[in-house]
Design a protein around this ligand. Structure first.
Ligand SMILES: [Zn+2]
Length: 296
């Protein structure tokens, strides 16, 4: 199935967001795939988080920028969409597979993100018990916001809305209001269990709440770019939401009945969600992320 096509090794690098590992990774074989989404919006897939692109008379705006070694390939892909200059980069959150190209692209564009993205990039972080060094000044967002921000660009309002404590503590969902496209960042992993960064302000239970709220705001027929996975629809996002609610419920009930994490892992999750554990986050890890989120 297409949605599981990304090799695990690549995913492991992408999702951990550890810059040092990314530098050791061979990106020479990565190709950037360009897909027209709707209106002025395109999606780029390479290695790391999906990139959203607005192209038009005002130039180019991108949402997330994958890894630094891919910057030239991303520039070449953007060139195929028009001669307009790159003006803005929006970061959906701080992880290295979404912000790795910042230092490169800040040469020509202004980087925009939630306040907590800048805070985390500016200082040393820890993820999977590994240290992520602070990013250089050139990689930091120069425009930050605490709740919402709108870029008036290519004849539409491109609106970034912060949803607290989902995948991290700095996630924004980007609404291309005229093109009817939404970039969800890593609040949405299409068809697989998501990584939720509990060490950096993420929480599974709150993520489920945020997704419910986002679904309520989505216009009919909207096209959805997930942080990871293929281009999606509202139905795909609703299924993801149902997965979140049902798997949380399974773990919550057992924890309330006094079962240990190991006992809950041994029992597993309903068959319906089995294929969701074939990505980067396996079923055992997903149960643990839920269990720890409930204890927070
Ligand atoms: Zn992420």
């Amino acid at each position: 199935m297409k949605r599981f096509a990304l090799p695990c090794a690549v995913l492991a690098i992408c999702l951990c967001g550890v810059a040092t590992r990314a530098q050791q990774q061979d990106f020479s074989k990565v190709e950037i795939k360009v897909t027209k989404v709707a209106g002025s919006v395109y999606m780029l897939e390479g290695a790391g988080g999906n990139i959203g692109v607005s192209v038009g008379a005002d130039g180019i705006l991108i949402v997330d920028d994958q890894f630094a070694p891919l910057a030239e390939k991303i520039r070449a892909a953007l060139k195929t969409l028009g001669e307009g200059k790159l003006k803005f980069v929006l970061n959906t959150h701080w992880h290295g597979d979404h912000t790795g190209g910042n230092a490169q692209f800040s040469q020509e564009a202004s980087i925009i993100a939630h306040d907590n993205v800048r805070k985390r990039l500016a200082t040393e972080q820890k993820i999977f018990n590994e240290k992520v060094p602070a990013s250089p000044k050139e990689a930091l967002p120069v425009i930050t916001f605490d709740n919402t921000l709108t870029v008036h660009f290519n004849s539409e309002e491109i609106r970034a809305i912060h949803f607290p404590h989902g995948h991290t503590d700095g996630d924004s969902v980007i609404f291309f209001t005229g093109s009817n496209v939404v970039h969800m960042g890593d609040d949405f992993f299409a068809g697989r269990f998501p990584f939720v960064d509990l060490e950096n302000g993420g929480n599974v239970v709150n993520l489920a709440k945020n997704i419910g709220e986002i679904i309520g705001r989505l216009p009919a027929g909207v096209k959805i770019i997930p942080g990871h996975g293929p281009l999606s629809t509202i139905d795909d996002l609703k299924l993801y939401h149902r997965m979140l609610l049902e798997t949380i419920d399974v773990v919550r009930k057992q924890a309330a009945a006094g079962k240990t994490l190991e006992q809950i892992k041994a029992g597993g999750l309903p068959e319906a969600w089995k294929s969701w554990g074939t990505g980067f986050i396996k079923t055992d890890q997903w149960i643990e992320l839920i269990y720890k989120s409930l204890k927070q």
